[in-house]
Design a protein around this ligand. Structure first.
Ligand code: GAP
Length: 463
């Protein structure tokens, strides 16, 4: 896909109410985006699809929802205070600031100068002040990943629901990183959402489960609609690994700006539970970030066979919601030439992710009988179909189809004079509607009494 098409996607996102630059009326805020009506609908359905597949339908993964503001000690012992940094350089010629590892030929991306400062570490965490009195202990952070509150709630979950190993804890929510150079629309931003699972296993079983999650997560993204040829598993070289990881496989998508990560599946070993746990000596584990003198919790599991304690290893599939959504938009975005020579733009989204499921289009906007029957049909379909069914009353069927092609609505249902039994219309078409398929453009006449069943069978069945 060309860069030009990427610009068209960004423009469609704004025009059709998917995604807007944040604070636009004040000139914008770099690295922040707001989701509009169709964007938020698609995003929520993507998260819901993940939650349903892993938390609701599996017996071995349990959900949590931790706070965004994170205790300073958590991010001290997790290692983020020391190591969650990117190398930053300044351009002496134009005073712009860059992430050193993203530069090409060590040149300033704004003015091309090579007169740059030496790289220095820049910590990506946003700090915040909790409570009205400022003191050393009142400085905390916005979480840079959702993972940490899963680790710090490990004992709570174990004590309250007694899961049997292997088991996972899942969380979807916001994360914040003060990226030095946010770029490529919602690909690299400063506020984003993650869907993370921490899957706890016995040490020794970790490599098997790592492979399992790489394959499982790859297949899941295909089910959301990504094209297999554009989704690649990439093993991270050992010198690129995060401070906590023994091995990581990235799922990378062929974006217009290149092959880039949408999800990382890491083997985090016992690093995190070990780091947040007291009694490290007693448990005989490596205290990677120093002995923990603040935690009161023993984050370990007792082996029922010999009553010994051990710290489980953890496999972490960590997906970016916004990056995944951007990949899905790029994959679905199609510009095509029709048989009549006209062009159309269409988002071929998977039906379960489309913001609008069905648009009901009255052929004439001033005919009361057509409008009434259309409104009634919208109510009926809204009860029968999971997701949004809307009335598209522009009076111009062509415009309605173009709009819903660009939103990705899988079907439009048109109510016309034959539906309401106009005098000169064929009786076999009375109380039937035209169902127009977004992708094939095929139009099928379906009886109003069978419509909900037909749409559920053809488009929205969950099996
Ligand atoms: N808990 C592990 C972790 O956070 P990560 O590779 O730093 O690992 C996981 O992040 C995912 O979060 C990435 O694959 C990406 O999809 C998303 N992500 C990370 N930084 C992001 C950013 N600045 N903007 C948008 N998404 C981001």
């Amino acid at each position: 896909m060309s860069k030009n098409k990427f610009d068209n996607i960004i423009s469609l996102c704004k025009r059709r109410g998917f995604i807007f630059p944040s604070a636009m009326i004040y000139g914008g805020l770099q690295g922040f985006y707001d989701y509009g009506p169709h964007g938020v609908s698609m995003k929520r359905q993507l998260i819901q699809s993940w939650w349903e597949d892993y938390v609701e339908k599996r017996h071995d993964i349990h959900g949590v929802d931790g706070t965004i503001i994170t205790h300073q000690k958590i991010l001290q012992y997790s290692g983020h205070e020391k190591t969650f940094t990117d190398p930053m350089v300044d351009c002496r010629a134009c005073q712009s600031r860059w992430r050193a590892d993203l530069l090409v030929n060590n040149q300033c991306l704004a003015c091309g100068s090579t007169d740059l400062t030496e790289p220095r570490d820049f910590n990506l965490m946003f700090q915040t002040q909790v409570g009205p009195v400022q003191h050393a202990g009142s400085q905390h952070y916005l979480r840079p990943e959702t993972a940490q509150s899963i680790f710090t709630n490990f004992k709570n979950v174990c004590d309250s629901i007694q899961p049997k190993i292997p088991f996972g804890i899942a969380q979807a929510g916001r994360a914040f990183r003060n990226e030095i150079t946010p770029r490529n629309f919602i690909f690299r931003v400063r506020e984003f959402e993650q869907m993370e699972i921490e899957f706890f296993v016995k040490p020794g079983d970790d490599e098997h489960w790592h492979d399992y999650w790489v394959n499982e997560r790859y297949d899941w993204w295909l089910k959301q609609g990504l094209t297999a040829e554009k989704l690649v598993k990439q093993v991270q070289p050992s010198d690129d690994l995060a401070h906590y990881a023994k091995a990581t496989v990235d799922l990378c998508y062929e974006f217009p700006h290149g092959l880039e990560e949408i999800e990382g599946i890491a083997n985090r070993t016992d690093y995190d539970l070990g780091s947040h746990s007291k009694n490290q000596d007693e448990l005989n584990i490596q205290a990677t970030v120093g002995k923990n003198v603040d935690s009161v919790a023993k984050l370990a599991i007792q082996d029922p066979s010999d009553k010994s304690w051990y710290i489980p290893y953890v496999i972490e599939p960590s997906a970016g919601v916004d990056r995944g959504l951007l990949a899905l938009l790029c994959d679905a975005y199609t510009e095509e030439q029709l048989d009549n020579g006209k062009e159309r733009t269409v988002l071929k989204l998977a039906n379960h992710l489309s913001p609008v499921k069905v648009a009901v289009v009255p052929l004439a906007k001033n005919n009361m009988q057509i409008i009434e029957q259309s409104s009634q049909l919208v109510s009926e379909l809204n009860s029968a179909i999971s997701g949004s069914v809307v009335l598209e009353n522009t009076g111009n069927v062509g415009k309605a189809y173009r709009k819903h092609d660009e939103i990705g609505t899988p079907v439009c249902v048109t109510i016309d004079f034959e539906t309401i039994g106009a005098d000169d219309s064929p009786t076999e078409n009375h109380q039937t509607v035209t169902v127009r398929d977004r992708d094939t453009l095929r139009q099928t006449r379906v009886s109003t009494t069978q419509l909900a069943q037909y749409l559920n069978d053809q488009y929205f069945s969950t099996t």
